[in-house]
Design a protein around this ligand. Structure first.
Ligand code: SF4
Ligand code: SF4
Length: 236
C-alpha cells in the first residue's frame, strides 16, 4: 500500500537497481519488463494499456520495493496499472497480449494483497520447527510477505539460517527469490516457474525442501526428487 509521502514513478532516476532481483526482468532480459521500464514509460506518457504485455508478466513478489533507493512503492504502482489496464477483472486482452483465448480470472485470485502468512511466519519462530531444520534442508521463504516486512524479517531469517545451517532462497542482496508458483502470471502461462526454480536451486545442496507457501509445495513436489514438506509438518 502506497503511503501518502511515498513517491511514484515520477521519482525514478533510472539507476536500474530494481532489475537485480526482478524475476520478470531476468526472464525477458529487456528493461521494458522491469519496474524501471514501467516508470520510464509512464514518465514518457504511456498509458496502463500500453504496458499490458509487460504488466501481466509481473509476479508481484515485491523484491523491487525493497531495492529502490527512491522508495517508490513499485509493486503497488504496478498493481494500480494492472487494474487500470483492466487485467484484474477479466483477461479480455487476448488480442493485445497474444493469448490464444480469453482467460477469466477466478474470483479467488486477487492481484493484491497477498494472503497473510503471519501464521506461517510464527511457525518459523517455533523452537520445535527450528530444532528440525539442518544443513540438509533448503528452506523456501514466501517471498512477497518477506519483502513487505523486510526490515523485521531479514534479521529473523538470517538468524534462523545461521543457527540451523539450512540454506534459503535468499540472493546476495538478501531478497527472497520467489518461485512464482502462486502468481497470476504463472497461472496465465506468462511466467515460467520451472525456469525460475532452476535459478532458485542453483548452488544449493540439499536433501529436503521446506516451504512456507502451500502452492510452492505442490509445484515443487511435481518436479523435485527430494521430499518437499510444508513448514507446518515440522510441528506434528
Ligand atoms: S514485483 Fe517482482 S516481478 Fe514485479 S516488478 Fe517487482 S521484482 Fe519484478
Ligand atoms: S530502483 Fe527505483 S529509481 Fe532505480 S530504476 Fe528502479 S524504480 Fe527507478
Amino acid at each position: 500500500m502506497q503511503q501518502a509521502t511515498q513517491p511514484g514513478f515520477a521519482a525514478c532516476h533510472g539507476c536500474s537497481l530494481c532489475l537485480l532481483p526482478c524475476p520478470m526482468w531476468r526472464a525477458h532480459r529487456d528493461v521494458s519488463y522491469s519496474p524501471q521500464g514501467f516508470a520510464k514509460a509512464m514518465q514518457a506518457g504511456a498509458s496502463a494499456s500500453d504496458l499490458a504485455d509487460q504488466l501481466v508478466c509481473c509476479i508481484q513478489c515485491g523484491a523491487c520495493d525493497v531495492m529502490c533507493p527512491e522508495q517508490i512503492d513499485l509493486s503497488g504502482m504496478v498493481s494500480k496499472l494492472w487494474k487500470q489496464a483492466g487485467l484484474s477483472e477479466s483477461i479480455e486482452l487476448s488480442e493485445s497480449i497474444g493469448l490464444s483465448e480469453s482467460i477469466e480470472l477466478p474470483d479467488s485470485i486477487e492481484w493484491i494483497p497477498q494472503p497473510s502468512n503471519d501464521k506461517v511466519f510464527a511457525m518459523s519462530k517455533n523452537p520445535m520447527v527450528q530444532a528440525q531444520l539442518s544443513c540438509k534442508d533448503l528452506y523456501i521463504i514466501d517471498a512477497a510477505p518477506f519483502h513487505t516486512h523486510h526490515a523485521e524479517r531479514v534479521q529473523h531469517y538470517d538468524a534462523l539460517r545461521h543457527s540451523t545451517g539450512c540454506s534459503m532462497n535468499l540472493d546476495l542482496n538478501r531478497m527472497a527469490i520467489p518461485t512464482g508458483a502462486d502468481s497470476v502470471s504463472a497461472r496465465m502461462g506468462k511466467f515460467d516457474v520451472a525456469q525460475q526454480l532452476d535459478w532458485l536451486m542453483q548452488g544449493h545442496d540439499f536433501k529436503r525442501i521446506v516451504v512456507e507457501c502451500e502452492l510452492d509445495q505442490s509445484t515443487l513436489a511435481k518436479i523435485i526428487d527430494q521430499p518437499v514438506i510444508h513448514v507446518s509438518k515440522l510441528l506434528e
